[in-house]
Write a protein that binds this ligand. Structure first.
Ligand code: SAM
Ligand code: SF4
Length: 329
């Protein structure tokens, strides 16, 4: 096994795989109302191509965890069959999915049966009018049904990811945590990052981890939960536990030094960071008939050039050309 090591000694074992850049919501912090120019289908990896690339990563390069994302991964036709193929790889990776939950009620049983181990559902508000403002779609009920279905279908706790936006839903933090405690979902708040297609992010407008913790701390007692490891979320015991709440402070408390992630876009490009400037084109290699050794070398090269940190807030920082939905969040 050749580890996917970079120049700072970090080893990537967690692969984020985007299976589509399309989406059925239009979250304001992610994409414009009209959507984006979706990648033409011929440029997307087929199931066989995707399984081959992930297969090389798990069998030769030490990748242990695969997270399917997008765009909205549940829009990919035949997703259960793709998951079944990934679950048949040796050694079998743990397989997780990040979804907006809209189509989860219908799909959760078949995804679990295919071998999906865990799901994270993104939900920023419990209020229908706000859901419409935030996502530009009327789908809150479907997402809540999707969460229920996930709770039944999967063994571990279902995680819920929430982005707070100032003046939009930042007054809902305590209510969201109360709901999560009642329902048993594991809630994590994520700081908003400069990854929107419209380039509208402003640091001064971002709701910081410190603010989130202060707000939650006014209603609950929070104490640090032990054992963070490489996980980006700082976990807090709520009122002594066992329930926890997480805060992912990607901007104000970056965890780049412990990052173990690598990303494969839906069109077959490896990115070693959400904020990377360069990509490594595995799709062309693959379609030109590269053997596994050549793919291994390309994966290793892509991992090796990872920068020390994302550099948000530093002089010269610029947003990546591709938005989060095209990179795979
Ligand atoms: N469509 C799926 C979803 O929403 O869960 C998967 C892809 S989405 C890009 C993955 C995660 O990125 C979601 O939790 C979403 O809230 C988050 N996200 C999108 N844009 C973001 C931004 N600018 N800053 C922080 N998180 C963002
Ligand atoms: Fe779609 Fe997810 Fe982006 Fe929202 S955050 S627009 S659900 S890709």
């Amino acid at each position: 096994m050749l580890p996917l090591v970079d120049g700072f000694g970090r080893v990537a074992t967690d692969l984020r795989v985007s299976v589509t850049d399309r989406c059925d919501l239009r979250c304001t912090y992610c994409m414009p109302a009209e959507g984006l120019d979706w990648t033409p289908r011929a440029q997307l990896l087929t199931d066989d191509e995707l399984v081959r690339l992930v297969g090389v990563a798990v069998s030769r390069l030490g990748v242990t965890d695969v997270r399917l994302t997008g765009g909205e991964p549940l829009l990919r036709p035949g997703l259960p069959e793709l998951i079944a193929q990934l679950a048949a790889l040796t050694p079998r990776p743990r397989i997780a999915l990040t979804t907006n939950g809209v189509r989860l009620a219908a799909l959760a049983p078949s995804l679990a049966a295919a071998g999906l181990d865990r799901v994270n559902v993104s939900l920023d508000t419990l209020r229908p009018d706000r859901f419409l403002t935030l996502t530009r779609r009327v789908r809150l009920e479907q997402v809540l049904e999707g969460l229920e279905a996930a709770r039944t279908a999967f063994a571990g706790p279902v995680k819920v990811n929430t982005v707070l936006m100032r003046g939009v839903n930042d007054d809902e933090a305590v209510e969201l945590l109360g709901w999560a405690l009642d329902t048993g979902y594991a809630l994590r708040f994520i700081e908003q990052m400069p990854l929107d297609a419209q380039h509208g992010w402003r640091r001064e407008e971002m709701v910081t981890a410190e603010e989130i913790l202060a707000t939650l701390g006014s209603a609950y007692s929070l104490t640090p939960a032990p054992g963070r490891g490489a996980a980006p979320a700082e976990e807090w015991l709520v009122d002594g536990g066992p329930a926890t709440v997480g805060v992912i402070a990607s901007v104000t408390r970056p965890f780049c030094q412990a990052c173990d992630r690598l990303r494969l876009t839906a069109d077959g490009q490896v990115r070693n960071c959400l904020f990377a400037k360069d990509e490594t084109d595995l799709r062309t290699l693959l379609r030109d008939g590269a053997d596994d050794d050549a793919l291994v070398a390309a994966w290793l090269g892509a991992a090796a050039s990872k920068r020390k940190g994302h550099g948000i807030g530093e002089p010269g920082f610029t947003q990546p050309d591709r938005p989060m939905s095209a990179i795979g969040g």
